[in-house]
Design a binder for this molecule. Structure first.
Ligand code: AMP
Length: 301
């Protein structure tokens, strides 16, 4: 048992001797830091290079927009706030400290200027967290079409594994106490601390657009850098669907997410390909198949 993720660095040889493959998750990347994670000399599932693109909101935006996703508007200057915005701090800390501001005064009152923050347009709609899996070694199924240097090539198979919505305390239950104005009078502010996950399915006619966004995101990941290996394995598009039935993507996680936990026994989406296929099992299957085909170098970094 280790007391801290950092100690993994001192045990790299121990891991390698036992043929360990690391499956990165949000806490590992957050607590180890992307530099230390890059320096950890233990075979890791997926492309570690892509976590550099995930770790900054500006880089995420460049990536997602080049993949054809529409994102909430960003405000560079807090004086420009002229409607509801959400102010977010850096890192995957489960929404802690985020707040909503309606104008510059609200912003000033709540902001912690010691921290790095982003101001985003607050998008009103329903949230869906779409869990996909990209397998570059599979030649069947929904094939991602390459772009740019990879135009005309099939890059691999894209699968929709499941979807969730997060429970967030206390914003999810805020309406029970009255209007935002009533709440302010009680000196209450909404907070976005993740406390759980609920399974959902999306309106069926939205699925083609969901696949289009995920395909674009995978294809764009191969174009981010010279000789990029792209993204592989599980990833999650965090979206809000407006009443115009438009998706706004506010974040990507380029790895397995906690929202896959309600689906350890499969989901209505993964059941279409194979019953009882969780994201964890899908990763294990990918490693087993690559080992059997002598292609581990294609899925590890
Ligand atoms: P994030 O850390 O980006 O995953 O955001 C945490 C939570 O804040 C989300 O699950 C949403 O409830 C909320 N949120 C984030 N971005 C927006 C946005 N642009 N508009 C509305 N709500 C948002």
């Amino acid at each position: 048992m280790l007391d801290h993720y950092h100690e993994m660095l001192d045990h790299a040889e121990w891991f390698r001797e036992r043929n360990v493959v690391i499956i990165p998750h949000g806490s590992l990347v957050e607590y180890l830091g992307s530099d230390k994670f890059g320096a950890l000399e233990v075979p890791t599932f997926g492309n570690r290079g892509i976590l550099h693109w995930e770790s900054s909101r500006a880089r995420q935006r460049q990536w997602l927009e080049s993949g054809g996703c529409t994102m909430p508007r960003v405000l560079e200057d807090p004086h420009d706030i002229d409607g509801p915005v959400i102010v977010k701090y850096a890192g995957a800390k489960g929404g802690r400290g985020y707040f909503i501001a309606r104008d510059y005064r609200d912003f000033r009152r709540n902001v912690d200027i010691e921290e790095e923050f982003t101001i985003q347009e607050y998008v009103l709609g329903c949230r869906y967290y779409l869990h996909f899996f990209f397998d570059p070694t599979a030649e069947d199924g929904f094939q991602v079409q390459g772009r740019g240097k990879h135009a005309g090539k099939n890059l691999g198979r894209l699968e929709l594994m499941s979807m969730d919505r997060r429970d967030e305390s206390n914003v999810d239950e805020f309406y029970k106490l009255g209007s935002l104005r009533d709440l302010r009078e009680m000196a209450l502010e909404p907070s976005f601390v993740v406390t759980g996950n609920q399974p959902v399915v999306i309106r069926e006619s939205l699925l083609p657009r969901a696949f289009e966004m995920a395909e674009g995101t995978v294809a764009a990941s191969f174009e981010l850098e010279e000789n990029s290996r792209g993204m592989l394995g599980p990833f999650c598009l965090e979206t809000i669907v407006t009443d115009q039935l438009e998706f706004k993507v506010f974040e990507i996680s380029a790895r397995i997410v906690a929202g896959s936990n309600p689906f350890v026994g499969g989901s209505p989406y993964s059941d279409i390909n194979e019953t009882r296929m969780s994201t964890g099992r899908r990763i294990a299957r990918s490693i087993r198949k690559a080992a059997d085909d002598n292609r581990l170098h294609d899925i590890l970094s």
